[in-house]
Design a protein around this ligand. Structure first.
Ligand code: HEC
Length: 201
């Protein structure tokens, strides 16, 4: 009897969680706007999958294990000694980030300054966007591409082919729609396709 109650409760709970996930996704237009405007895309790509070429290897946000709070912290403060910039302009002025001030950190340790610092509300919005639309999402799909670039966007055609079971490259996830991020595509191609014998010559 108690067990049945337990399952019923679990089902309601699961439905509530699923429901709030949808709500998050709906209200994440603002987060998407920030993800583009703050150029998260420049390093993590539109899919969030990241990869080589930009300030080292940008983390794969689709596979991140971080909680919303940890993601928010990472965006505000960046990562000490890593390529992830801090988007709070005052991150290292008063110890608000990891208890550290700029003077306590060596030059190579201070995370890069973001080109586009963000207000707390924007950081909140983009962190929620990462959790609702990128974290745990598996391979990028045509629908997700259209949500990002606009319905029917031609840059998403490569995902249409893949979803139909047509052309399927092992590294499809790493490829970028060419028109949108031409320079990135070059870098991605270099990383994933570089013949090893070339490196040895
Ligand atoms: C200049 C390149 C660059 C930009 C711009 C950038 N990132 Fe990053 N990001 C990185 C790198 C590199 C890492 C990996 C750091 C490490 O090795 O720990 C990272 C890590 C992260 C992580 C931690 C993931 C994990 O699982 O550890 C999150 C979350 C994140 N970035 C979100 C964002 C968001 C959101 C934006 C835009 C507001 C953004 N990043 C902009 C380079 C960048």
């Amino acid at each position: 009897m108690a067990k049945r109650f337990h399952y019923a409760f679990a089902a309601i709970f699961a439905a509530t969680v699923a429901g709030s996930g949808v709500a998050l996704a709906d209200s994440s237009d603002e987060g998407l706007r920030v993800f583009k405007a703050a150029n998260c895309v420049g390093c993590h790509k539109w899919t969030g999958a990241g990869g080589g070429g930009y300030g080292g290897a940008a983390a794969n946000l689709r596979k991140t294990k971080l909680t919303l709070e940890q993601i928010e912290l990472t965006i505000r403060c960046g990562r000490i000694s890593k390529g992830m910039p801090h988007f709070d302009a005052d991150a290292y002025t008063d110890g608000r980030c990891y208890g550290m001030k700029a003077a306590q950190l060596g030059p190579g340790q201070i995370p890069p300054e973001a080109d586009h610092p963000l207000r707390p509300a924007d950081i909140d919005a983009v962190a929620k966007y990462v959790v609702a639309n990128i974290k745990g999402q598996g391979e990028a799909t045509l629908d997700q591409c259209h949500s990002f670039f606009g319905a029917g966007s031609r840059v998403c055609d490569m995902y249409a082919k893949r979803d139909e079971g047509g052309v399927q490259h092992a590294d499809a996830e790493q490829q970028e729609p060419a028109e949108a991020h031409q320079h990135m595509k070059v870098d991605a191609a270099t990383d994933s396709n570089a013949p090893h014998q070339d490196a040895e010559k």
